[in-house]
Design a protein around this ligand. Structure first.
Ligand code: FES
Length: 156
């Protein structure tokens, strides 16, 4: 894959040599690609499959199973609202509606300025702090509309 830097290629080579079966490196290899490109392009799925001796559909299955893997470019800030049981019981639907109205987008969409992408995700493992969301890699908990306004205002 020509779009990967020599450093990432080197890390991928090291990773694949680390496991008795190179297929075991699938998840970390996908993370390295996404860290560099921002998502996993279709070209990368094929490349990874060939590299690890897997069927391309196997790579696709993994990418579509884990919500942390992205198949297309997203906005600068990825708002991931948990809509699993604890968060829903604590008002996640209202939080999601508030964000949809505020940003003018639905889950799976990106604002026209490329700033925000909104998605819904399964349990973030922070049920005791419901309702919660992640913005990129940061957690925000006990969400209210007022907190959301502050969070979004605080982003560059
Ligand atoms: S249900 Fe939302 S963090 Fe667990």
């Amino acid at each position: 894959m020509t779009s990967l830097s020599p450093e990432t290629r080197k890390k991928i080579t090291e990773l694949t040599g680390k496991y008795p079966q190179k297929q075991a490196a699938l998840l970390p290899v996908l993370h390295l690609i996404q860290n560099e490109i921002g998502y996993i392009p279709a070209e990368a799925e094929i490349w990874v499959a060939e590299l690890l001796g897997l069927q391309p559909v196997r790579v696709k299955e993994v990418i579509t199973f884990y919500t942390m893997f992205l198949e297309k470019p997203i906005g600068r800030y990825h708002l991931q609202v948990c809509t699993n049981l604890s968060c829903t019981l604590a008002g996640a639907r209202n939080i999601l509606s508030y964000l949809m109205n505020k940003l003018g987008i639905k889950p799976g969409e990106t604002t026209a300025d490329g700033r925000f992408t909104l998605t819904t995700v399964e349990c973030l493992g922070a049920c005791e702090h419901a309702p919660c969301m992640m913005v990129n890699f940061d957690y925000y908990e006990h969400l209210t509309p007022e907190k959301i306004d502050k969070i979004l205002d605080g982003l560059e």
